[in-house]
Design a protein around this ligand. Structure first.
Ligand code: PXG
Length: 298
């Protein structure tokens, strides 16, 4: 496998960064995860824009233009002859000294890894996932905004460890005031006939927590909200409690790697009928369709 590292494609065995890189020493850096489907890169521009936004917020100047980076992503897929792939873009603060001071880091490191996608087990999509809420709260946005896709994912990893220790694959994280935020690498949605506390309209509602409570504005999340509107679901960002999750008709997660994953049990409570619901299935089908047609060719 060839990896792009600071201007060159190198063999994966040569793709190494310094132990003085602040990405490693402090998690000082940003990243993106992108997918390609049968030769089409899904939502490439959106991922590149989000990477530049994350970098801008931490005052990290990416040493290349968006167009150049897009070109590197395409080249990474071509040189590795990949059609269905997962692409990881990483920009670190670069090599510095042992102090925090980012001014000591002269040059950011940029690398792009493109590899075969490791698909989640089919069983997950057919049977659905059982989740638990965990004690580790999602970062307070005022301290470390989850909008920054930084290399510092310990908040999420601590939650993941809690889930795994309890015998589950994934965790639901709550805000410091107890509202539902997201999972460790996926956004969460509920389908409800009631439409949450604020809305009284007829028909099914698709609800997801608002970004201000401390969630990443997922690109899959955005895509699903658009697809759901086209399917005449009432889509709304709304604060959700555990009670709302337990009593939803359907729950599912969204993310670049996972796509749309049905959730059938939360903290021991069966969700809906205990199997993937009709709205979730319709959205999965619509999502599969856009990934086949909407991407950027390379
Ligand atoms: N929330 C968080 C905290 C994330 O890290 C998402 C939601 C979903 O966003 P997108 O834009 O992908 O729809 C993410 C996604 C992985 C993996 O291997 C995924 C993410 C980060 C690290 C690993 O599944 N981010």
């Amino acid at each position: 496998m060839k990896v792009y590292l600071n201007g060159k494609f190198v063999d994966e065995s040569k793709a190494v960064v310094s132990v003085f890189d602040h990405g490693l020493l402090y998690g000082d850096g940003v990243f993106e995860g992108i997918r390609s489907y049968d030769g089409l890169i899904f939502k490439l521009r959106e991922h590149i824009d989000r990477l530049f936004e994350s970098a801008h917020t931490i005052m990290l100047k990416i040493p290349m233009s968006k167009t150049e980076l897009i070109d590197v992503v395409k080249q990474s897929l071509r040189v590795n002859k990949l059609h269905d792939a997962y692409i990881r873009l990483v920009v670190t603060r670069g090599e510095g000294d042992l102090g925090l001071d980012p001014r000591k880091c002269a040059r950011p490191s940029v690398f792009v890894i493109a590899d075969k996608i490791e698909l989640y087990p089919k069983k997950l999509y057919e049977q659905g996932l059982e989740l638990i809420t965990v004690a580790t709260q999602r970062n307070v946005p005022e301290a470390l905004n989850p909008q920054i896709k930084s290399l510092n994912y310990l908040n999420n990893i601590l939650a993941k460890i809690e889930a795994i220790t309890a015998g589950y694959e994934e965790a639901i994280m709550l805000s410091h005031s107890g509202y539902v935020t997201e999972c460790t690498g996926e956004n969460i949605f509920i389908v409800s006939a009631k439409g949450g506390s604020a809305s009284g309209g007829k028909g099914k509602h698709l609800l997801t927590p608002p970004p201000y409570i401390g969630v990443l504005r997922g690109i899959t999340r955005q895509t699903v909200m658009e697809l759901a509107s086209a399917q005449r679901l009432h889509v709304k960002e709304e604060l959700l409690t555990r009670h709302d999750l337990f009593n939803a008709d359907e729950v599912f997660l969204t993310g670049t790697a996972a796509e749309i994953v049905p959730v059938v049990k939360i903290d021991g409570r069966v969700i809906g009928e205990g199997s993937p619901g009709p709205a979730t299935k319709r959205l999965q089908q619509a999502f599969r369709q856009v990934t086949k047609t909407a991407g950027v060719r390379y």
